[in-house]
Design a protein around this ligand. Structure first.
Ligand code: UDP
Ligand code: MG
Length: 319
């Protein structure tokens, strides 16, 4: 029997500072588990530093490493999809960050859980190294997301984890553009196991995902997994309409009974106009979030564009 092919998919964006250590630690992992066939698929997501050439040079020396170069920076989720497509023939695929916050040494535990029968393995953080505002944002999102959707993602999980062949095929066949990996991983189902690990601090360099990117993932997470915002709008509309109706009856009766003598209130009017205007704009904004996503989907543009792929070029013909 051939040993199972396990791929490690890693999106890379401006990570030249951590790459040498990442490649060394992956190689050590591969050497210590000769019972499996290993492959690392590194996706260069339009890096502006030396990341691409570091990986290319390494791939030329060691055929277990592959480089997929995207034509520009498409963002983490798109890069991840590119890697998962490249790894489509694997028996199992491990997804992780390049910055060594997800320690490669935890991979053998993921693989054991998969061999124990799980099709989807999530790495669950025993501890988190982020602090301050970033940490607060992550916590807030997970609490909020859990309340909103039918497929809650476990709060202490991220991208790090493993998909078996079936789960990988299913994920790759999903048609949507706006991809939020942890949410989709929960959505596809399959037997799921959790493995605990300690999340490390970034080995070197700066976080590559800025606040705007993280915010946009959070919104993707909410709007592509929940209709609750739309429903909340309907409820708010209904509530305000009922209150307005009750107020109308109340004031009409006061007029009829001649209790209402005061000139109509300017303050009340201004307050109501501003309040209703605000509610309507929020409503349009929420509709826009969904509409924008519908627009993105119907355009059917690819999630990413591959510029170069080191596969098959082997050591004899480096790129
Ligand atoms: N990354 C990427 N494309 C981007 C931004 C980030 O492929 O546009 C990669 C990055 O190289 C790293 C992973 O995504 O491997 C996670 O990024 P980061 O550590 O900045 O995010 P955080 O840990 O804060 O979620
Ligand atoms: Mg990180």
């Amino acid at each position: 029997m051939r040993s199972p092919l396990i791929s490690i998919v890693i999106p890379v964006f401006n990570e030249e500072a951590v790459l040498p250590e990442l490649l060394a630690r992956l190689t050590a992992l591969f050497e210590s588990h000769p019972e499996s066939t290993w492959r690392a698929v590194l996706i260069d997501d339009g890096s502006r530093d030396e990341s691409g050439s570091i990986i290319r040079a390494h791939a030329a020396r060691d055929p277990r490493f592959e480089l997929v170069e995207l034509s520009r920076n498409f963002g983490f989720q798109a890069a991840l999809s590119a890697g998962l497509a490249q790894a489509a023939d694997s028996c199992a695929v491990v997804t992780m960050d390049a910055d060594l916050q997800d320690p490669p040494e935890a991979i053998s535990a993921l693989v054991s859980a998969w061999q124990g029968g799980a099709e989807v393995v999530r790495a669950v953080r025993r501890s988190r190294s982020e602090t301050g505002l970033r940490r607060f944002g992550f916590d807030l999102f997970h609490r909020f997301f859990g309340k909103l959707t039918d497929y809650p993602i476990e709060p202490n999980t991220g991208t790090f984890g493993l998909l078996g062949h079936e789960a990988l095929q299913t994920y790759n066949a999903l048609p949507e553009r706006h991809r939020f990996f942890p949410g989709l991983r929960a959505w596809i189902g399959f037997a799921t196991a959790d493995v605990l690990y300690d999340r490390q601090a970034r080995a070197a360099g700066q976080p590559q995902q800025n606040f705007r990117r993280l915010m946009s993932y959070a919104l993707d997470g909410v709007f592509s997994f929940s209709h609750l915002p739309l429903r909340a709008l309907s409820y708010a509309g209904l509530g305000i309409a009922l209150a307005g109706f009750a107020a109308a009856i109340f004031y009409a009766i006061r007029r009829i009974l001649n209790i209402e003598t005061a000139p109509t209130g300017y303050t009340t009017l201004v307050t109501l106009v501003l309040f209703l205007g605000g509610v309507q704009l929020i409503g349009i904004g929420v509709l826009g979030e969904y509409l924008g996503r519908v627009y993105e989907e119907v355009k059917r543009r690819p999630n990413y564009i591959v510029k170069q792929n080191s596969r098959g070029l082997g050591p004899a013909a480096p790129l």
